[in-house]
Design a binder for this molecule. Structure first.
Ligand code: GLA
Length: 354
């Protein structure tokens, strides 16, 4: 229990505590910094966080599974340690009038590490929401998500979009968030009871700040420059053909953005209409686009996706930033156990997350 962990570490009950889910993206990958739609859903798994403000500028933080309480200064430099996210959250909570000074923090996570299920967005959004409740501020969840994205971009140095922060701040488990990342307008779609969006870790680990995410973003910047617009997901076929002068790599990156955005709109409708055949087909097409046009998949993940579908999922695809991590598969609940056992028997490194 989070209160017990907090009390054992710091000798008193926390002032506030709360749960923030992780997320898995059903479709709409690398569209959130290119003016497109995304369709993530919140997971049952996530982070429980407890916090009490301190009167000085230090942070003491304990995470279940690590015995030591880490003590860091609010104004220290980024250490490339997970506590950077907590520090970033407190620094930005301060800048936005949600809190002043440091805090004692306890965290219990049941999200697997390095899986691309947004544990970092869950920690920043979770802490900002706790600070909001202490300050009784009226900042809404969209603003909280924007601040959390700023922490990633400006404090951590990860040039991500806003999907993860919005997903974990707004969606509840069992709900998908159909989000226009340019206008920040969204609709919540319930995931029908008949199906499960299964998350399977490939066993291949990834680090977003490794640089390949940034490389894709920079390639998209070349397309943006050439078209003179930032919303390259929303281009027409005619706009796309004007890119013929660019190197083929940039044309393929642009084609992924354009087609993925269109698939995401169709997928949201299919989910709402309970049309799992179309949804599954779109997920498979999305994977092929990530594999061939955006080039963010790995051969082992391509095989995992192919087998997931061959063994009876309506559709499957790699999910998240790419180069490892998880796949998401849409599976009829009545088949889930058999499907999962058969898939994991063929893929010894893979494991079921939720
Ligand atoms: C990571 C980023 C998101 C998004 C995805 C790819 O999760 O944090 O902003 O760009 O990759 O869709």
């Amino acid at each position: 229990m989070i209160e017990t962990l907090f009390r054992n570490a710091f000798g008193a009950a926390p002032a506030v505590s709360g749960f923030t889910p992780g997320r898995v993206n059903l479709i709409g990958e690398h569209t959130d910094y290119n003016g497109g739609y995304v369709l993530p859903t919140a997971l049952e798994l996530g982070l429980n966080i407890a916090l009490s403000p301190r009167n000085d500028n230090s942070i003491r933080i304990i995470s279940e599974g690590y015995d030591e309480v880490a003590q860091i200064a609010l104004d220290g430099k980024v250490e490339e340690h997970w506590s950077d996210y907590a520090r970033g959250a407190l620094v930005f909570a301060g800048k936005n009038g949600l809190m002043s000074g440091g805090a004692d923090i306890a965290v219990i996570s049941n999200l697997p590490q390095g899986a691309g299920l947004s544990s970092s967005a869950a920690i920043t959004v979770g802490l900002l929401k706790l600070a909001r409740s202490l300050s009784k501020s009226e900042l809404d969840d969209v603003k909280i998500s924007q601040i959390a994205r700023q922490i990633e971009n400006d404090f951590i140095g990860m040039p991500c979009g806003i999907m993860d922060q919005m997903a974990v701040a707004i969606a509840q488990p069992g709900q998908a968030l159909f989000l226009d990342t340019a206008a920040l307008i969204y609709k919540v779609i319930d995931i029908p009871e008949s199906h499960h969006m299964a998350v399977i870790h490939s066993g291949k680990y990834r680090l977003l700040n490794e640089g390949r995410y940034k490389e894709r973003k920079e390639e998209c910047d070349v397309v943006k420059e050439s078209l003179g617009r930032d919303d390259i997901c929303q281009i027409s076929d005619k706009d796309f053909s004007s890119l013929a002068k660019l190197d083929n790599v940039y044309q393929r990156r642009a084609r992924h953005c354009m087609t993925e955005h269109r698939r995401t709109i169709r997928a949201a409708k299919a989910l709402k209409d309970k049309d799992f055949k179309s949804l599954g087909q779109l997920m498979v097409e999305s994977h092929i686009s990530m594999r061939d046009d955006f080039e963010i998949s790995l051969p082992a993940i391509d095989i995992l996706v192919e087998d997931a579908v061959a063994l009876g999922a309506n559709g499957a695809r790699m999910t998240g930033g790419g180069f490892g991590g998880c796949i998401v598969a849409c599976v009829e609940k009545s088949r889930l156990n058999d499907w999962r056992n058969a898939l994991l028997a063929k893929h010894q490194d893979a494991f079921y997350v939720c």
